[in-house]
Design a protein. Structure first.
Length: 179
């Protein structure tokens, strides 16, 4: 039994199964990136060969948008960076303003399929709803495209024609990640 805190006061139960067996579940807290998380995020970015972003973080970057981290026993095991302010891109006209955009979503490889990515997306969507945004758009990284696209599709994201982006209504994302 595990609880994921999409917000510190809202625990969520997560049960995950893979190939007929129950995975080890952990307690996860999703919170805004703070100074005390930077070293852990740097280690995560370095471990998954996201060197450019690790270097940017080391130089004081990656804090201009809304960065969230997922913590397990105080260790950074996931990260999401997005733009909660009104984002508008003419290539995603299927989703009219007000939009938000997710720049990066990352889960530690050893922690995948434990609900961490969903918890990060849920927290971002909850904050987008509070900010009165209607849609979330993202561009899915081409590394491991099958697994990534399947994950985003399970969360409700759909391809936006002729754009390379995926999009979802905030209410749909909240519903699909509320597990």
């Amino acid at each position: 039994m595990a609880y994921i805190k999409a917000r510190p006061s809202l625990p969520r139960r997560v049960d995950r199964h893979l190939h007929g067996r129950t995975l080890h579940c952990v307690d996860i807290e999703v919170t805004l990136l703070a100074e005390e998380h930077r070293a852990g995020l740097h280690a995560l970015l370095t471990a998954v060969n996201w060197g450019r972003l690790a270097q940017e973080l080391a130089q004081g970057g990656l804090s201009t948008h809304s960065p969230y981290v997922a913590l397990s026993d105080g260790k950074v095991v996931g990260w999401l960076e997005g733009v909660l302010t009104n984002y508008e891109d003419t290539r995603v006209s299927l989703y009219p303003p007000p939009q938000t955009r997710i720049n990066y979503v990352l889960t530690a490889p050893s922690m995948r399929r434990a609900g961490i990515g969903s918890a990060l997306l849920h927290r971002f969507a909850a904050d987008a709803a509070v900010a009165e945004r209607s849609f979330v758009v993202l561009w899915a990284d081409e590394r491991e495209p099958g697994a990534r696209l399947a994950f985003f599709a399970a969360c409700g994201f759909e391809p936006i024609p002729d754009s390379g982006f995926l999009g979802v209504r905030v209410d749909v994302l909240l519903a699909n990640t509320a597990r």
